[in-house]
Design a protein around this ligand. Structure first.
Ligand SMILES: *[C@@H]1O[C@H](CO)[C@@H](O)[C@H](O)[C@H]1NC(C)=O
Ligand SMILES: *[C@@H]1O[C@H](CO)[C@@H](O)[C@H](O)[C@H]1NC(C)=O
Ligand SMILES: *[C@@H]1O[C@H](CO)[C@@H](O)[C@H](O)[C@H]1NC(C)=O
Ligand SMILES: *[C@@H]1O[C@H](CO)[C@@H](O)[C@H](O)[C@H]1NC(C)=O
Ligand SMILES: *[C@@H]1O[C@H](CO)[C@@H](O)[C@H](O)[C@H]1NC(C)=O
Length: 559
């Protein structure tokens, strides 16, 4: 990262030419009015999936709110603008870092209810597709999580965070182009038109809305109004919860009021991961932090520099990344809920000797058959989710990934409350052999906060289900080691290695590089769903750069 400090330059000049008085004056002035390069902010920024929600987050910060206030307001907004990705019927994992460097993870991912369908995992399908049905609904944690983190770090009143979204949900918004296009995908259109979601996402003809049609959530607006006034208890112990459970039961689900009543947020320490001379904080299992730690440390050891993208080195860099991604797929089974499984099952993924041993297995001249990378049965890939990164004026940083799992969850909409329910329990499919009440399914989510040696911060994370690890790892490699700006780092097409180790290049990936990589013998796949999205905020030398991924038509906001 470039280090240009205008005030340092000014100090030398003025010290040489004039007097100590001039030095003090000149040095204080530019500190307050630091010139940052075009597009950078000087105080705070929010990177959500959409400009609308980044701006909602920014408005909270400008009214004196903290990064936590901004993040919650931006997420609530996202539940209306990108209702396929997340909502109060889902759960999140949030990493927060104070200006003093204290880091905590708030884990409010869904849990298995007390009663659940017998032999649930027999309902898992082996292939890619949307998993519909009420048997997959996990206990939603979203609002309990907001409540806990707001209590600790919020500065604005709780109800204020809901105001912009209540207005959007009530008055409606033109259906965003991203969602409009998504609804035209055969499997998505079918999923929506054949489910209770059609009440809010279809027109009078019972066909999905088109881009620009007005999208409204009148029931959700009422629900949010109640929650804004009465707090999260309205959902977990009050009337909203009662209505929600009635609708879930009507849809054949097993969730009970006592599941809502007993939900609790886990407040945990982050994993601290050395990557080069930077320190990275990631959430522990069942989040995907250990997988990101593993792949980044594997790659960093090669080692990487901007020259790694030149000539023959470039081919080798991507070949090694593909091999590293195969080994990372092989480690997915190490990720599980530590409360119910071996608490140390993922520790080796942040262990230098293990990582070095695996790196030695990555050859420069070819690839191997699948058993070389792992004996584990491949899990199933899927897409979904959203990410918000926020940095406020006081230096509080929030990185939060939120989801209802797959697109529109399992296609279960609660007409009494306007809530779209998650299908989080399908995340156990292919990654677990048993399911227990209270357990959280394994996740790919990785809300990251990274401190550089020079005191810079990178707040980053992504969405896209199984693609999250690749999307975030490649963005971080591009930014930290391969010499790209944050914008270019996120925009660069990725290579996605499916769970079964088939290699897929995102449209736009350099064709000549793809041709050169053919000689390594990687098996190529036919993946069509590049829903990988990365949103990040970075602060270096007082300048803040915020990037929302253009793949989802995102834009950041700051000041
Ligand atoms: C509903 O279908 C009718 C007949 O096909 C068509 O004329 C009308 O434009 C449709 N309305 C909407 C809102 O799509
Ligand atoms: C690839 O490299 C390894 C170790 O460097 C060597 O043992 C092997 O023979 C090479 N394979 C080919 C096909 O060149
Ligand atoms: C995979 O490769 C190993 C050696 O590298 C070999 O022992 C094994 O038989 C191979 N398996 C298959 C299915 O080709
Ligand atoms: C890998 O999985 C994809 C589905 O995601 C499938 O289309 C492909 O055939 C699989 N490849 C192999 C070799 O199993
Ligand atoms: C693709 O990669 C090759 C090899 O590194 C390079 O020469 C070429 O300029 C690249 N093409 C584009 C469009 O970036």
């Amino acid at each position: 990262m470039a280090t240009f400090k205008p005030w340092v330059v000014c100090c030398f000049v003025s010290a040489g030419l004039i007097s100590a008085v001039a030095l003090v004056c000149l040095c204080i002035f530019p500190m307050g009015h630091r010139a940052c390069p075009g597009g950078a902010f000087t105080h705070a920024a929010v990177a959500a999936d959409s400009l609308r929600c980044s701006e909602v987050g920014r408005s909270m910060l400008q009214q004196g709110g903290s990064a936590v206030d901004g993040a919650i307001a931006a997420l609530l907004c996202t539940s209306v603008v990108n209702p396929q990705s997340m909502g109060i019927g889902g759960g999140s994992i949030l990493t927060v870092r104070t200006s003093k460097g204290h880091v905590k993870v708030y884990n409010f991912r869904e849990t298995v209810p007390k009663t659940f369908k017998k032999n649930l995992l027999n309902d898992c399908t082996g292939t890619f597709g949307l998993t519909t049905g009420s048997q997959w609904i996990g206990v939603p944690g979203e609002l309990r999580g907001y409540e806990a983190v707001h209590k600790q770090y919020g500065k604005l009143p709780w109800s204020k965070l809901f105001e912009p979204t209540i207005k959007l949900a009530k008055e409606g918004i033109p259906l965003p182009a991203f969602l409009g296009n998504l609804l035209q995908f055969g499997i998505v259109k079918n999923h929506v038109e054949k489910s209770s979601l059609c009440e809010v996402l279809c027109n009078k003809n019972k066909t999905v809305l088109s881009t620009g049609d007005i999208l409204k959530f009148p029931k959700l607006a009422e629900t949010m109004q109640t929650i804004a006034a009465e707090g999260a208890d309205a959902f977990y112990t009050g009337r909203i919860g009662r209505d929600l459970i009635q609708d879930i039961e009507a849809a054949g689900g097993t969730l009970k009021r006592e599941d809502l009543q007993s939900f609790h947020v886990r407040v945990e320490d982050a994993w601290t991961v050395p990557v080069g001379d930077a320190k990275m904080y990631v959430p522990p299992p069942p989040a995907g932090g250990p997988l990101l730690a593993f792949i980044l440390r594997l790659m960093k050891g090669f080692p990487l520099s901007p020259n790694s993208l030149v000539g023959e080195e470039k081919i080798l860099t991507y070949h090694r990344y593909i091999e590293a991604a195969k080994f990372t797929n092989g480690q997915k089974s190490s990720i599980s809920d530590p409360v119910f499984n071996d608490i140390k099952s993922a520790d080796h993924l942040n262990d230098a000797s293990f990582i070095n041993r695996i790196r030695d297995m990555i050859l420069s001249n070819g690839s191997h058959n699948d058993s070389y990378y792992s004996n584990a049965k491949p899990s199933r890939d899927h897409v979904g989710t959203t990410h918000v990164s926020v940095l406020d004026e006081d230096g509080l940083a929030v990185s939060v990934t939120s989801t209802i799992n797959q697109l529109f969850g399992g296609g279960v909409y609660s007409p009494r409350t306007g809530v779209i329910l998650n299908n989080e329990l399908s995340d156990f499919c292919g990654r677990a052999s048993t399911v227990r009440a209270g357990e959280q399914p394994p996740s790919s989510m990785i809300p990251v906060i990274l401190e550089s040696k020079s005191g810079g911060l990178l707040v980053i994370g992504g969405s896209g289900g199984s693609m999250i690890t690749s999307a975030v790892a490649m963005s971080m490699m591009n930014r930290l080691w391969l010499g790209m700006s944050l914008k270019d780092a996120i925009a660069a097409p990725i290579v996605f290695v499916e769970s079964n180790n088939s290699v897929n290049y995102e449209p736009g990936f350099n064709k000549s590089v793809i041709g050169d990589l053919a000689r390594f013998g990687h098996r190529s796949g036919t993946w069509k769903y590049f829903f990988n999205v990365v949103n990040a905020v970075e602060k270096e030398n007082g300048c803040i750069v915020a990037v929302s991924d253009s793949r989802k038509n995102g834009m950041s906001a700051g000041y």
